[in-house]
Design a protein. Structure first.
Length: 160
């Protein structure tokens, strides 16, 4: 049985997601790769966006809303799930919590396997480390004097 946005395997759906970052790009290569991987071409959710990382992605939101436990989400590359490591990690965590399988074709990740789950967990851990280091760097930079403050201090020292 299939509907407009799913291919049924037993009682689970295989869903595809494709995204390009600018309106000048096309989805053809991703759609072809998803089709070759067994996702029905008319059962792929897509986004074709331009703008900042905060721009909404209605195709991804629709796919995530539609997906159920046991379904499989296929992407051509893990970075299609977000425009930052943090965003990709949140999406992977959401899929894992909801028991939705993720297959990323380029990286060979398949969370239906123990190795795929381990790789996804390592990626999530590294992303969390990157976020923590970023927070630390921002905190240090807020405490550091600005160029204007340094110039004023140097001018004061020169006047002495």
């Amino acid at each position: 049985m299939s509907t407009a946005n799913e291919t049924m395997v037993g009682m689970t759906a295989i869903l595809g997601y494709a995204r390009v970052s600018t309106t000048g790009q096309d989805l053809d290569a991703q759609l072809a790769a998803l089709t070759a991987a067994g996702v029905d071409a008319d059962r792929v959710f897509t986004d074709k966006l331009s703008g900042s990382a905060s721009t909404a992605r209605p195709g991804l939101a629709s796919m995530l809303d539609y997906a159920r436990a046991g379904d499989t989400v296929v992407v051509t590359a893990i970075d299609r799930l977000g425009r930052s490591v943090a965003e990709v990690t949140r999406t992977i965590a959401d899929l894992r919590e909801r028991r939705i399988i993720l297959r990323a074709l380029r990286e060979g990740i398949d969370t239906a396997t123990p190795t795929g789950r381990a790789v996804a967990a390592i990626m999530a851990t590294l992303a969390e480390l990157e976020l923590e280091l970023g927070r630390e760097r921002r905190a240090v930079s807020r405490q550091a004097p600005t160029c204007t403050e340094l110039a004023g201090h140097q001018a004061t020292q020169a006047d002495r």
